[in-house]
Design a protein around this ligand. Structure first.
Ligand code: ARG
Length: 462
């Protein structure tokens, strides 16, 4: 028979269709260890408030420890009669401590403050675990950047050749957003570190229990100031869901480039066999499944965030059962990223860069046109005019289907008297890259500083 937490005024148990709709143990069971930790802390405050004597506290803690062991080993699991993780664990406690002692734990708490607390514990642990996985990828990007230091590639805007940049500069441009994602996870941890325990159903607890003591025991920095807020709010879950969605989007943008770079047309990279797949029909195929699945899963990870936000949108205070829908989206995000990140990091660590191909393409598509304009500005020409002159050089070269450096001295001086042959010094990829030497620029020494800075920050965030 179903052990109900509210049996008193009900003549019958829930209809099967209600139970099927309402039951959540198939997804909230993963919170069981947190629930037991919360129960152990709660038992201590009950004792301090005189609601459990010494022997009862010892018996309760012993039974909770046994339950924790049985949950960990799988000897105790939720069964179809349990509505949620809290109900199941109360059944487990009563089986171990007896109905009299086991039935005392629920005093002064509600599943509403329990679940709000458990979510924060979960968010805090997973923020750390995923943060470390993101930093592993940052470190790989940094290592690869150092390895290819000095190699040039075509930098793009609008996917068109824009200006040459260092490949290491480009790789680090993917590392910085990921570092910020880890910073965001750490920032939100400070907000998640406030315990809702003691909020009860919504109005607080009346039994002289100390919420600050429970908070401290669970590793929180304090307890909530408002019990209604403590049980009704899920902005912390939503913030976590945003950061995970943003992380996925950052991975998805890099994925898109990896997929492009891996095409015959680009031929910028070669994926390692262990991190690519073949085709069942076309023997020549080597497919970039990792970035494709990353890009694909990003769709559902964004969906998890928008679904959660929509669930919260019109909820009156305080707890509503709708809030049970907060868990699956963030579990799905966490599980998806925990699969994606190691595969992605392994792929990035093992792919080969075709630096000759990138270097060959770097100056093509008139990507040095800005350098002509900048050179003219350095010799005193107003930028507006310099831009015109450089544009005329592009038109001239394009007309003859050649590159800027193929223009003859006569053609150059024919376009403008300012264009003496000395301009050729910037008509090279090295000249162009070396000239962008202000902070944040692509010049070798600046990128070398960046490489160190990324490594330093990643170490600091660990
Ligand atoms: N399982 C619920 C949730 O995940 C917690 C139970 C609160 N239920 C209730 N009827 N007050 O939100």
């Amino acid at each position: 028979a179903r052990l109900s937490l509210w049996g008193g005024r009900f003549a019958s148990g829930p209809a099967p269709a209600l139970a099927a709709l309402s039951d959540s143990t198939h997804f909230d069971w993963r919170l069981a260890p947190y629930d037991i930790r919360g129960s152990k802390a709660h038992a201590n405050v009950l004792h301090r408030a005189g609601l459990l004597d010494d022997a009862q506290l010892a018996g309760m803690q012993e039974a909770l420890d046994a339950l924790a062991r049985d949950v960990a080993s799988g000897d105790f699991a939720a069964d179809p009669s349990d509505e949620d993780v809290h109900t199941a664990l109360e059944r487990g406690l009563i089986e171990r401590a007896g109905a009299d002692l086991g039935g005392r734990l629920r005093a002064g708490r509600s599943r509403n403050d329990q679940i709000a607390t458990l979510i924060r514990l979960f968010v805090r642990d997973e923020a750390r675990r995923l943060g470390a996985m993101i930093l592993d990828l940052v470190d790989v990007l940094q290592t690869r950047a150092v390895e290819v230091h000095g190699a040039a590639m075509p930098g793009r805007t609008h996917l068109q050749h824009a200006q040459p940049v260092l490949l290491s500069h480009h790789l680090l441009a993917h590392a910085w957003p990921l570092l910020r994602d880890v910073e965001r996870l750490q920032d939100l941890d400070a907000r998640a570190a406030i315990s809702p325990y003691g909020s009860g159903a919504l109005a607080g607890s009346s039994l002289g229990l100390d919420p600050e003591a429970v908070a401290e025991e669970l590793g929180f920095t304090g307890s909530v100031w408002n019990s209604i807020d403590g049980t009704a709010s899920r902005d912390i879950a939503a913030e976590f869901a945003f950061v995970l969605a943003m992380t996925a989007i950052d991975l998805s943008r890099l994925s898109e480039e990896i997929i492009l770079w891996n095409t015959k047309e680009f031929s910028f990279i070669r994926l390692d066999d262990g991190y690519s797949t073949g085709s069942s029909i076309m023997p020549q195929k080597k497919n970039p499944d990792i970035p494709e699945l990353t890009r694909g899963k990003t769709g559902r990870i964004i969906g998890d965030l928008t679904g959660l936000l929509a669930t919260l949108k019109a909820l009156p205070l305080a707890y509503n059962r709708d809030l049970q829908e907060d868990k699956e989206p963030i579990f799905d995000q966490v599980d998806s990223l925990a699969l994606v990140l190691p595969a992605f990091t392994g792929m990035m660590a093992t792919l080969t860069f075709n630096t000759e191909r990138m270097a060959e393409l770097a100056p093509q598509g008139f990507s040095l046109a800005t350098d002509i304009a900048d050179w003219l500005v350095r010799s005193g020409v107003p930028f507006r005019e310099a831009h015109e002159i450089s544009g005329a050089c592009v038109a001239k070269a394009e007309e003859q289907d050649k590159e800027l450096w193929d223009l003859t001295d006569a053609e150059l001086s024919g376009i403008s008297a300012h264009l003496d042959p000395a301009v050729r010094e910037v008509l090279s990829v090295e000249g162009s890259i070396d000239s962008r030497d202000a902070k944040g620029g692509t010049a070798g020494p600046r990128v070398a500083e960046q490489e160190l800075e990324v490594l330093r920050r990643s170490g600091e965030l660990r």
